[in-house]
Design a protein around this ligand. Sequence first.
Ligand code: CO
Length: 460
Amino acid sequence: MKKIGITETVLRDANQSQIATRLRREEFAGILDTMDKAGYASIECWGGATFDSCLRYLDEDPWDRLRFIRQHIPNTRLQMLLRGQNILGYSHYSDDTVRAFVRKSVENGIDVIRIFDALNDIENIRTAVDETLKCGAEAQGAICYTISPIHTFDMYVELAKKYEALGCQSICIKDMAGIMSPQVAYDLVSALKKELKVPVVVHTHATTGLGSMTLLKAAEAGADGIDTAISIFSGGTAQPPTESMVYTLQEMGYDTGVDLKVCKEINDFFKPVEKKYLDEGRLNPSVLTTKIDALNYQIPGGMLSNLIANLTSLNALDRLDDVLLETPKVREDLGYPPLVTPMSQMVGAQAVANVITGKRYASVSKEVKAYLRGQYGTPPGKINPDLRKQVLGDEPEHVGRWDDEIEPEIPKAKAYLGDLAQSEEDVLSYVAFPAQAEAFLRRRKNTGTFEAEYSFAKEE
Ligand code: CO
């Protein structure tokens, strides 16, 4: 029987894509023990935006949240998403910080770290992969899938081979925008299965309506794993539904290992949670329906809604068409970066600025400047030399690896926090998100332990 693993995303990507990562610990605590019995290959539950959201919005210690999940899910592999040298933030950190963050993630319960870089620059995942291997966890190298004149089929296959050679024990094709077609998935997975020894996993989003078909064709081509979300939090901007994929694959003779009876319990548990978010207006029904714009414009749905929000706040929504025409031009100037965090924000903001000021690159963010200097790594294509000259003047090209010049952040943070930090994890929270973590640590100090407030004693 053909085997295929299912990674459940309700706690991380589906939570992030549908309800802006607002799921609180007490809203899912009661179902963790059941989730452990479902037979998932892994449960994606940490990393991505969950860390930021815990500190910024939920008043939760992200590390404590992870330990709690581990305690209630002792058997199933726990998975996180890591942005390589950006860890869970939006700029580059020193190698020391990356290593400490990876080590603490594994120590606190993570089994699989899916590591990606927004530019698919292997140098930006090297340190995180190396440390993951040293800690005995699985390093899954993720390649961002995008469509551009330079992103050829062969480019993805070559990159996957390099990731495997680096030591990655599995490879993920990460289609953050939901624009990978079923046929491309079939062809790409077929090629990867031929070229690689390690398992191949496919991650997509249902946004454009292609998701389930794409995963099915990936399975037919021999994918070893797919990402899905329990049905009540599936579809739209999230992943295709777990139960429907399992049902379909079982009928076709695949062994997913997943028990649909347990899935029903999990889904029943989350039904009132979804209803509450809908009733309170915190789950916008528009994220649940099919949006074909990402296919038409080849930009992710989240980026499109950001562009609309930015233009609305500038009273310039009538310029949306101009911005949508400008976006691919900015992308070309920048060497075709995949549109994923933080590149999607940088490209989008630049396109808006170019249109609104009426003068291209008259205003350039410090992030785009840093990008042009090479501080984010090597772009997939060539940066427009005229643009570099316009923004950076005659500044000579930097020699060597920028990240080697970043001063270690941890000693300074430790000294600054003093007794506010009670663990290395606290220090890492501060290094990743200084303002949010400091506010959190101060509240914790003033009000006693947060653990008492969020403890969940029901299920032991
Ligand atoms: Co995703």
